[in-house]
Design a binder for this molecule. Structure first.
Ligand code: PGA
Length: 247
């Protein structure tokens, strides 16, 4: 792998700010000598405030609004996140798409706003089990990429997370061939859209854990992981970071 792999922990609506702070502190102590991996923590919004963090550890947010400010009750702007030293923002997670009606159009606005503020979006894409069973996985992924990235000039600061919906939080990981094929396909779509770019990380997400990390990180085209459940536990998250660091 010629890019520094990324291990991203999406805590979703878990951990209070003080629990999160303690967790980050404990991870820093448990894996003090990380040279080849970037580790990104994604607490809920209140947990982003007053966190001091240094590379190889970074802070990310789980969402944002695309407008700078205004009458958008319950929303958070990119500037607010920047003041908390957020560098990465997850956009279009399948839970946001499915539970909060996000679509490719507002996802696209968010991606463009994040890039214009010089932060880094992690665009999540992934098919349902129905798409996969009907042979529509590639069409669906292509559509999410094309519409999500419409009007984006460069993807050098973008990260893509391939997260098959049926593998998220289910304990059912996609198999090696499925992951290899999807990453390869995503890469080929990106090559067509952005022939000059080969910088874009493609992460895998969906029931990544301490047992499967060793195998998954060997798959060509996998540049790291977006992890939900296993990122909440100190021992599992630390051992995943260690596996990725050593491979
Ligand atoms: P999971 O979640 O690791 O618990 O499957 C992944 C994600 O939602 O990003």
């Amino acid at each position: 792998m010629n890019k520094k792999p990324i291990v991203a922990g999406n805590w979703k609506m878990n951990k209070t700010p003080s629990q999160g702070k303690e967790f980050i502190h404990d991870i820093e102590k448990l894996v003090p000598d990380i040279q080849n991996t970037k580790v990104i923590f994604f607490p809920a919004y209140p947990g982003l405030f007053d966190i001091k963090i240094n590379p190889p550890f970074y802070l990310g947010a789980q969402n944002c609004h695309w407008e700078d400010s205004g009458a958008f009750t319950g929303e958070v702007s990119i500037e607010m996140l920047r003041e908390c030293y957020v560098e990465y923002i997850i956009i279009g997670h399948s839970e946001r798409r499915q539970l909060f009606n996000e679509n490719n159009n507002n996802i696209n606005k968010k991606i463009k706003a994040i890039l214009s503020e010089n932060l880094k979006p992690i665009l999540c894409i992934g098919e349902t089990i129905e798409h996969r069973n009907s042979g529509l996985t590639e069409d669906f992924l292509q559509n999410q990429l094309v519409e999500g990235l419409e009007g984006v000039e460069s993807i050098d600061d973008c990260i893509i997370a391939y997260e098959p919906i049926w593998a998220i939080g289910t304990g059912e990981t996609a198999d090696k061939d499925q992951i290899y094929n999807a990453h390869n396909f995503i890469n080929s779509v990106l090559k067509k859209l952005y022939p000059e770019s080969n910088n874009c990380h493609i992460l895998y997400g969906g029931s990544v854990n301490t047992e499967n990390t060793k195998d998954l990180i060997q798959i060509s085209g996998v540049d790291g992981f977006l992890i939900g459940g296993a990122s909440l536990n100190i021992d599992s998250f630390a051992s995943i970071i260690n596996y990725v660091e050593k491979n």
